[in-house]
Design a protein around this ligand. Structure first.
Ligand SMILES: [Zn+2]
Length: 625
């Protein structure tokens, strides 16, 4: 199940985010006026100053397209597109439907299919069950067409449908979603109501989302798209912060479904049409969902490298910004290191100088990173200022603790392309910052001086919980961190637990942080690590290039190439099977049978260590029928 997650205090959109940040500065000033001296005056002044500065360009502006792994290479299969004459006349623009059919033809041809067109119920009945039938946007269906599609599924024929299939009759009069519900296997269905923007989130483990960064948020053009009660690992409708929207009559509102019926038919449904993404990046991801679903429904094996090492479902890093009330870091350091929980401290280095005795304590308890020299916003500043700033803070930490830091949390979690370049050029490895909730996993940026990783925080931090929402009890703090963890576990993402010294100011609050980390450990499938280990893993994982080919009998061959300069350990593959696992024998690599586990989401295969330049060839043999 997609775990219930907390709603953000207020719906925030990308467009109003900048305004919200400026507001934060004003809010903090207000708090001081009210004599609630939460932040040290140095922070207040700087926040106010920063609020008047120009905001850095949003990350989207300098980020290249999301690189997607290759799709499986497949040939020698056929897909048929159903052209519904009645539905064609439903769209006011006469060219809309023919153009949509053309687009589908090119998408299917692009993934290796020979494409045929069908235009009648008898045409559907004549199709072999083993071939794929695609029915795009067929909203108006007459009884014969309905019966032919239904019979096809009952006979194990595979199907990909989109949008409001059969919601209107042969005269395009409204009849409702019963027919769609039946085919999609959903208890409830309805239309998505709401204001723009319209978002959808893809969790890791859904075949439809194979190859996309886990938790990717896609924006669609706003229309009354279709939502139905989702099952585990379905793609779901969400708000900006990746929280699911409710389905009609409760549950999670699904936007896409891939399921196998009792008759063995693979049925994929999408609650929207093709070419309805808000922007080009979204459109590319949206197309990939359709391509994945078509390949799977047509009987092909899909695979991807699991996001986390050693078979973990999600990851967690417990971090603290060490700033005002610097000494409060000690209690967290001592209590959590006693429990063996990896900690990462991001230190304001001007303040660190006043506490030479703490370097050893924090260093012993975890990893030391920088939270800038002076807590001034760095994103948005000119190049020379950014470079000088990061060099200063790196030198400060090296002098303080003996080693320059790998990680940087930019003040207010804001950064731009110059921040990435400056941090990488001065020897840094990663940033811990906001990614605008674009997805739930780290991202790698190629800058001039090399590669730099951004670990995103897409769960609430202690500031959001305690200050913004006013939930000051330790129990609430723990509950909110655990809710963030469950959300990231559902998505296959990173829970970047973020705390501040001025807020984690009592034994009970330290205890709440420890207890949330303990919950992650008890879950058994969460990777608890230092932030730098997570960044290093993400780089290592990116060295693996996976390609999937298929033999004539549709056995899959998976090639894993290490393109990098270092060995990659503990990687797992996630293999999505079109049929039940008994159809396939265990994965083999030469004479070796690889460790693998079958789960609801597919087969997970443990890879041996892959040395640089090495290419593994893994066969997933289909048993003879
Ligand atoms: Zn800070």
């Amino acid at each position: 199940m997609v775990a219930p997650v907390t709603k953000p205090p207020r719906e925030r959109t990308a467009g109003t985010w900048g305004a919200a940040i400026v507001l934060l500065g004003a809010l903090v000033a207000g708090l001081v006026g009210g004599a609630v001296l939460l932040w040290r005056s140095i922070d207040i002044d700087l926040l106010l100053e920063a609020a008047t500065e120009e905001a850095p360009p949003p990350v989207d502006e300098f980020v290249a397209q999301v690189p997607l792994p290759e799709l499986p290479t497949t040939t020698g299969w056929t897909a048929h597109i159903y052209m519904s004459q009645r539905s064609a006349s439903f769209f006011p623009e006469p060219n809309y439907y023919p153009a949509l059919i053309d687009r589908w033809e090119s998408i299917l041809a692009g993934i290796g299919a020979d494409v045929g067109l069908v235009g009648s119920a008898t045409g559907i009945e004549a199709l072999p069950a083993a071939e794929l039938l695609v029915v795009p946007a067929a909203i108006c269906l007459e009884a014969g067409e309905r019966a032919a599609i239904r019979r096809r599924v009952e006979n194990g024929g595979h199907l990909l449908v989109t949008w409001a299939l059969g919601a209107r009759d042969e005269n395009c009069n409204w009849v409702g979603f019963d027919y769609l519900r039946e085919l999609a296997g959903a208890e409830t269905a309805g239309t998505l109501e709401g204001e723009p923007p319209t978002y959808m989130v893809v969790p890791h483990g859904s075949v439809v989302a194979a190859g996309l960064p886990p938790g990717s948020r896609l924006e669609l053009r706003t229309e009354s798209w279709i939502t139905l009660r989702a099952d585990a690992s379905d793609v779901f409708w969400s708000d900006w912060a990746l929280n699911p929207l409710p389905a009609p009559e409760g549950g999670v509102g699904g936007g896409a479904v891939a399921r196998t019926t009792r008759s063995g038919a693979r049925v994929a449904w999408f609650g929207y049409r093709l070419d309805v993404a808000a922007r080009r990046r979204d459109q590319r991801l949206l197309e990939r969902l359709f391509e994945n679903a078509a390949l799977w429904a047509a009987g092909h094996v899909l695979a991807e490298v699991d996001p986390w090492p050693a078979g973990h479902r999600a990851a967690m890093a417990v971090t603290q910004d060490v700033e005002h009330s610097f000494n409060n870091s000690v209690r967290l350091a001592l209590d959590l290191s006693e429990l063996d929980i990896p900690l990462t401290f991001f230190v304001v280095t001007q303040l660190a100088r006043e506490h030479p005795e703490l370097a050893e304590v924090l260093n012993a308890a975890g990893e030391l990173g920088s939270h800038s020299a002076d807590h001034r916003q760095i994103g948005g500043r000119v190049w020379a200022a950014q470079l000088a700033g990061v060099k200063q803070t790196r030198a400060d930490i090296a002098a303080w603790s003996g080693e320059p830091p790998l990680g940087f949390r930019p003040p207010r979690e804001l950064f731009d392309s110059l921040t990435l370049e400056a941090w990488r050029r001065s020897g840094g490895l990663y940033l811990a910052a906001s990614n605008g909730a674009r997805n739930a996993v780290p991202a790698i940026f190629d800058v001039r001086s090399g590669r730099v990783v951004v670990l995103p925080r897409v769960v609430d931090d202690d500031y959001a919980i305690i200050v913004t929402r006013g939930q000051t009890r330790p129990d609430s703090l723990r509950a909110a961190f655990v809710a963030g963890l469950e959300k990231m576990r559902a998505l296959g993402g990173l829970s970047l637990v973020t705390t501040h010294t001025q807020l984690i100011d009592s034994g009970r609050r330290v205890e709440a942080v420890a207890s949330a980390a303990q919950a992650a450990r008890d879950a058994g499938d969460i990777w608890l690590a230092h932030a730098s280990e997570i960044a290093e893993w993400w780089l290592a994982r990116s060295q693996l290039e996976l390609t999937v080919r298929e033999r004539d009998d549709r056995s899959a061959i998976l090639f894993v190439l290490n393109k990098g300069a270092s060995a990659v350990e503990s990687a797992w593959l996630h293999v999505y099977l079109p049929e039940e696992p008994a159809t396939f024998a265990a994965p083999e690599m030469g004479d070796i049978i690889l460790e693998s586990h079958y789960e609801a989401g597919g087969l997970r295969v443990r890879l041996p260590t892959v040395i640089p330049g090495e290419s593994l060839e893994i066969l997933l043999p289909r048993r003879p029928a």
